[in-house]
Structure formats: C-alpha cells, structure tokens
Design a protein. Structure first.
Length: 456
C-alpha cells in the first residue's frame, strides 16, 4: 500500500490515545471488534474532530468493510530505504510518548542483526506476549517470515498454559518481560513437561536481575539469555548474542552488563561527561551518544527537536559506563539523576539491587529534597504478590551494605501498592515525582497509601 503504519495499545488511557491520534493524524485506523475499544475511539474522534476511517476486523455496520480486491494486491517498491517506514512511540516514562519515525533500512538492519536461534532440522518457534506498540514485535514478525519460523499466539499470560505450550509446540525462544520471568520462576514445572527445545530467553524492557538469570538457567539448562540494549530511536547499540562463545564468556564474567557494542551495521558510540560533554574513558559514567544510519529520521511533528548534538550524535539521555572489556552498564536516565552533595547518583544502580531482593516486584528510586545535601535517594518498591511479612528496614540494609556511601538510601524506603508504569513496563518517573511532591517521606521506612498505605 505504501502507507506508513503506527501502532497503539488499547491498554493505555483515553488521554494517551487522544494524544497519539492527534499527533499522527492517521487517515485510517484498523481495530478489532471490541465494544469498549470502539466506544473509546468514538469519544476521542468526536472530541478532536478529525475525519478518520475506521476498519474493524469484524463486521460492524457503522464502519467500513473489506473489499474483494485482496487477491490482486501488489506491494509498493521502495526506492529510498532511508524514507520513513513506520512510526513508533517512545515509552512515555517521563511524559507523553513521542512519535519516532524509523526508516526501512533501520528496521531491516536490526532484523538481520538479531541472533534468533534456528537450525535446518529444528524450526524457530517463538512464544511471547508483546504487542505491536513495541518495536521488538515488528522485528519478530518480519524475522519469523524471513526465517520461515512459527509464532505461538496466546491471548493471556497464563503460567499453566505456558508450560503446556512450551512442551506441545517445542518452543525454541521465549520473549518475556522481567515480571513474566519472575512469575514463571515462582511456578512449578509440571513433571511431564519437556523443556529441552528452549534455546534462548529474550528479556524485553529491562535487564533481568542476576539471581533470576541463574534461576532460569537451572529451569532451562539448554538455554542462553541473549542481551540486547538500545532505544527505539537508535536501534540496537549493545548486545550479547545467542551462540556467540566470546559473548557467552563475557556475559558469565559480567552478568550485570548490557552487552558489547554491535558490529557490522556501522554503529558508533561514545560516553560523554554530563557537565562538560567531554569524551570519557573506561569505568566513568556519562551520557551515551550514538551515530549510525539507523538513527530515527525525526520526531514526528516536532520541528525544533534538539535530539542531536552539534556533531550529529544522537543524545540518548541514558547514563552508562563501559569497562576494559568494552562491556557496557546501564545506570539510569539523565532526567532521573539524583544530585547528592554535588555527586551524581544514578538510580538504575540502586533499582537493580532492589529488584534482586525476592520480596520486590518493581522498584524506583527518586530524589528527595534535602536542605543541606540537595537530594537524598528515596526508594519506592512494589512488593511481590502475596508478600505481607516484609521488613522494609531489612530491604534497605540489603541495598546499603553493597553500596558506596553516596548511594545509601538516605531518603528511606517506601512500599507502594502499585507503581505507575507505561505499557512497556517502565516506571513513570515523572508521574511518580508528582505523586510524591505533596507528601514527602520523613521516616526511614514506611508504606504509603491511596496510591499509598502507612505503616512505621
């Protein structure tokens, strides 16, 4: 058709749906026959007064129906691979998601790069629960077609069904987020289930804590855990790939690393000082900047974006460092950096440690204002399902004992009923800070309510 697609998740709220439609101003919206979804679309379209055709994948008189011309369809030949192929949205962890225009070449470079396990006598069979709002889902779809693979489609994440599907369909690759891995870890594998077919677990959205990496290897002895780090705007920047023996050795030596720089598609990276912009060497944390042909074409309808520096490097906003083995480590977002007595404290380091505690389901660390020190790190944790006997002071000590002095949780630790997250599972730090503005915590440990419940 030659159209530029974009994708929306119906799990997001009505304001976010309105934001995305107003930003993209599509000519056509394709959806499925769900009354709640269509009612939401009607309200949104009436309020923004855009003339958009709606195609429903089940018949409904109010909307358009399919024609009989599908058999004569001819794909459009792409003459310029740098032109925008699709629009994806950012995670929206610090504000409304931005519309990211990606080229044909950027999408296909990533598909060629991804090391999806397959062999001639063992077809690639993928099981995952992402949706097309995520760029990784497009990679999977096109990659499966390219490699003659199979994708198992399941409407819900059900532990018993997952074990059954792995055994029945001889699944070779699992695409789970951290929460789903933890749920699988907390379940018991049925005695009659064979998991020998599983070759890899790809964790999306976040780095899998080390204790769960080890637990997964025990559950699936024949599987690796390939690591992929990148942004929607940049594509893959670092990785540990499936079947690469050097990568597997480095991953064993550096289990908290997000991988080594990708090769073969012209990606260049540098780490720069947060204050001066000067290039940094090993073991020094700074902002990651990236240059390649796979960088986004633009943010749609953002004419004066400052996403590139004066030399054309994309400013990721991510704080990273690398070691002598060129293994990279993610430490947080610049917007989330906490300044304690002039020192930069990266929340990601504390959040990784918090999430390795068995009682913690999700974690976020924000700065708590302090009159003398600037900010103190304050941890907010969502406890694992069913955990009511948790000693918050014990979790605080669990973190503090492994941290340098500037990383101590001086702001305390708070247990929240539910952390606000994006549909990609990232904590909405901007919203979290607003929630905390009206009620700053003064005790070392407590639970909060509404959004929060109180206990000393």
């Amino acid at each position: 058709m030659g159209a530029i697609p974009s994708f929306m998740d119906t799990a997001i709220n009505e304001q976010e749906i309105m934001h995305q439609i107003k930003l993209c101003q599509p000519k056509i919206i394709v959806t499925y026959d769900d009354q709640e979804v269509m009612d939401t679309l009607r309200r949104v379209l009436e309020s923004i007064e855009l003339d958009i055709d709606i195609i429903v994948l089940e018949k409904e008189k109010a909307f358009l129906e399919f024609r009989d011309e599908e058999s004569s369809f001819q794909p459009v030949f792409v003459e310029d691979l740098q032109k925008t192929a699709a629009i994806f949205f950012s995670s929206g962890s610090t504000g409304y998601p931005k519309a990211i225009c990606l080229s044909h070449v950027s999408i296909f470079d990533e598909i060629l790069l991804k090391g999806i396990p397959r062999s001639e006598d063992e077809p690639m069979v993928i099981l995952g629960f992402d949706n097309y709002y995520w760029l990784v889902e497009t990679w999977k779809l096109v990659g499966i077609v390219k490699d003659h693979g199979i994708r198992i489609i399941s409407p819900t994440f059900d532990i018993k069904e997952i074990w059954t599907m792995i055994d029945k369909y001889k699944v070779t690759m699992l695409f789970f987020d951290v929460k789903e891995v933890k749920e699988l870890y907390g379940s018991e594998r049925p005695a009659n289930v064979n998991v020998d077919s599983v070759r890899a677990l790809c964790v999306v959205g976040d780095r899998l804590p080390v204790r769960y990496q080890r637990a997964f290897k025990e559950m699936f002895p024949g599987a690796d855990i390939p690591v992929i780090y990148g942004l929607t705007e940049t594509g893959i920047c670092t990785h540990f790939t499936y079947g690469n023996q050097r990568h597997l050795r480095l991953m064993e030596r550096h289990p908290e690393s997000i991988g080594v720089p990708v090769e073969g598609i012209g990606v260049m990276m540098k780490v720069v000082d947060l204050d001066t912009g000067e290039r940094l060497g090993p073991n020094k944390a700074g902002e990651l900047r990236v240059k390649s042909r796979n960088i986004l074409n633009c943010y749609y309808r953002v004419p004066n974006s400052d996403h590139l520096d004066s030399d054309g490097w994309f400013k990721t906003g991510d704080v990273v460092k690398y070691d002598e083995d060129l293994c990279f480590y993610f430490e947080g977002r610049i917007k989330d950096i906490i300044v304690y007595q002039g020192w930069h404290v990266a929340p990601g380091i504390l959040e990784t440690k918090l999430k390795s505690h068995p009682a913690v389901k999700r974690a976020a660390v924000v700065g708590k204002p302090h009159p003398a020190d600037g900010e103190h790190p304050l941890a907010l944790v969502e406890l694992s399902d069913g955990r009511t006997d948790v000693d918050l002071m014990e979790i605080k000590e669990f973190v503090d004992e492994d941290m340098n002095d500037i990383y101590k949780l001086r702001g305390g630790i708070v247990a929240v009923k539910k952390l606000p997250v994006t549909i990609t599972g990232k904590v909405k730090k901007g919203l979290l800070r607003k929630m905390m503005e009206g009620r700053m915590v003064v005790s070392a440990t407590e639970e909060v309510s509404d959004s929060f419940s109180q206990r000393a």
